[in-house]
Design a protein around this ligand. Structure first.
Ligand code: KIV
Ligand code: ZN
Length: 559
């Protein structure tokens, strides 16, 4: 039979697996590899100033372990280590980490870079997969094991020469997920023995990378669970994950493998890294945060983090990137907008109904916790629903469009959006509201209305209405049971439109001397339904009167 080009990766035989029924309840340790795995994969790697700014960003977020480079492979990385250490830029509680291959002269050079460090992690790696050993290095398993053990002994001895520094050790069998697992266990155990310094207080880090994502996430979890169960000094090691995202499942692989017993996660902000990148720590950490787990990482100003990373890496963040993407908290469709609107208004009931403060349709996390604002949650296009449009006006301008008027408003917004053929901004929605409902073009303009109470019965109103109708000034007497009904009686005759006004809605916008009344008045015409006009004035009766004139112009415009 012809050898197939691809085949299903053999699943891991682990009938005792426990991880599928576990729940994550605590945070792992985090290690940022942005300045090493991330930086090495940038089209334009960062210069020293940019690295410094990035390092400070990582410290401010709360990372306590930061891989800052590969000092034996690059002079720039070496210099950056020296700069950090000599200028005392490393917070007391932060470990800096440096990568090295298992080769004597590179290890020596790495230690030179670490001289004087307060807290450092030497990170040695060796490819342990048959693929790498056979096809790349022409090595066998025994040779690989010997190189790793020799290197580790050298590292352990050099660490002894730095008694004033807290030097820890991380070992990575590169391509762990493509490595024979029994060999990997033997290799890691031999390395652990060669280091000889691991204790529960100062554990060694065994970083088990999915260097290339060749398998489904459950395989990685099985391998981690098996490794944790079989490694003899489990309390003296931190099992670390390092996933790449070749099949787009690095976040899932990381979460499942944490359930399988891993203690630590390496990755980068927004998933920078070789090829499709490393696992995105912003997503993993905020997934845990959204389930109530304290991660120790602060993404409360994610916008600033995203802006800084975009600027320093020169790579934009995708619109739909979880948490940080421009559209991460944006609903376009009407039904989603409406549901969010309702959920936000009923948030005070969430605790009683669901036992949690935040439970809103279509939003699994409160955007405000990430420094994102609600304003950007709803964008308007021709698909937008009435609830979403009303929500935008209310949230951004304090305008409370009554429910009965919302369909009319949506019609106007849709017509505009169709005419421009694109998403429209909240400013444009506000302008539509002004142009179509407060000051619509039309034949009628109010010159003045002066109501006064009857001398004998002050509930009865007399007055005079002066209007410009199609350029001609007209006047009419106004009599009625209140200022608005007197106005309606006068104006119906003047404009030749038979209409009535019932329950209208008023609200105040703004405060103090600048407060304006907004009146939303439905004009009812027999057999012709209702048309709304909106008036704005410092006086509530005048606002209602203006709303009526606006509504009459809207009626005239529809004829
Ligand atoms: O992806 C990988 O395996 C690595 C190692 C050096 C840990 O980056
Ligand atoms: Zn990597």
């Amino acid at each position: 039979m012809k050898t197939p080009k691809y085949r299903i990766p053999a699943s891991f035989d682990l009938p005792t697996r426990q991880w599928p029924s576990r729940t994550l309840i605590t945070s792992p340790d985090w290690c940022s590899v942005d300045l090493r795995d991330g930086n090495q994969a940038l089209p334009n790697p960062m210069d020293p100033d940019q690295k410094m700014e990035y390092f400070e960003l990582l410290c401010n977020i709360g990372f306590k372990q930061i891989e800052v480079g590969f000092p034996s492979a690059s002079q720039d990385d070496f210099d950056f280590f020296r700069h950090l250490i000599e200028n005392d830029h490393i917070p007391d509680d932060v470990f800096i980490m440096g990568l090295t291959q298992c080769r004597p002269h590179l290890i020596e050079r790495t230690f030179e870079a670490f001289k004087g460090v307060r807290k450092g992690i030497i990170h040695a790696y060796i490819a342990s997969s048959d693929l790498h050993m056979k096809q790349v290095f022409g090595m066998d398993r025994a040779g690989t094991l010997k190189a790793a053990v020799d290197a580790t002994r050298q590292i352990s001895e050099l660490a002894d020469t730095m008694p004033d520094s807290d030097i820890r050790y991380e070992f990575s069998p590169e391509e762990f997920t493509d490595t024979d697992q029994s060999f990997c266990l033997e290799l890691c155990q031999a390395v652990f023995d060669a280091w000889g310094k691991a204790t529960p207080e100062k554990p060694m880090i065994l970083n088990l990378p999915a260097t290339v994502e060749r398998r489904p996430p459950n395989h990685y979890a099985d391998m981690i669970e098996w490794f944790c169960a079989n490694f003899p000094h489990r309390d003296c090691v931190k099992i670390s994950l390092h996933s790449h995202n070749d099949q787009g499942m690095a976040v899932a692989a990381t979460e499942l493998s944490l359930m399988a017993g891993a203690d630590r996660v390496e990755g980068t902000l927004f998933g920078h890294g070789e090829r499709t990148g490393n696992v995105d720590l912003v997503t993993v950490a905020n997934n845990l945060f959204s389930r109530g787990i304290d991660t120790g990482l602060d993404f409360s100003n994610l916008g600033r983090v995203a802006e800084t990373v975009e600027r320093l890496t020169g790579m934009p963040i995708y619109y739909r990137q979880p948490y940080a993407g421009e559209y991460a908290f944006t609903a376009f469709s009407g039904s989603h907008q409406d549901a969010i609107n309702k959920g936000m208004h009923r948030l005070d009931k969430a605790g009683e109904l669901f036992g949690m403060q935040w439970k809103v349709p279509y939003l699994h996390v409160d955007p405000a916790d990430l420094g994102r604002s609600f304003e950007r949650m709803i964008r308007i296009n021709s698909q937008s629903g009435k609830g979403g449009i009303a929500w935008v006006l209310e949230q951004e301008y304090g305008i409370e469009v009554p429910k009965a008027m919302q369909p009319e408003l949506r019609e106007e917004v849709q017509a505009y959006s169709d005419s421009v053929g694109r998403e429209i901004s909240s400013e444009e929605v506000r302008a539509i509201f002004q142009e179509k409902f407060i000051s619509p073009a039309g034949p009628f303009a109010l010159i003045g209305y002066w109501p006064r109470p009857d001398d004998n019965d002050p509930t009865f109103i007399h007055g005079e209405v002066k209007m410009n109708i199609n350029g001609e000034e007209k006047t009419a007497r106004a009599d009625g049971n209140g200022p608005i009904s007197a106005f309606v009686n006068a104006v119906s005759g003047l404009v030749g439109i038979d209409f009535s006004v019932d329950n209208y809605h008023e609200q105040a916008v703004g405060k103090g001397a600048d407060a304006q009344a907004l009146a939303y008045v439905p004009l009812k015409r027999a057999g012709n339904g209702v048309i709304f006009g909106v008036g704005s004035d410092s006086n509530i009766d005048q606002a209602a009167v203006r709303a009526i004139v606006a509504g009459l112009n809207r009626i005239a415009g529809k004829k």
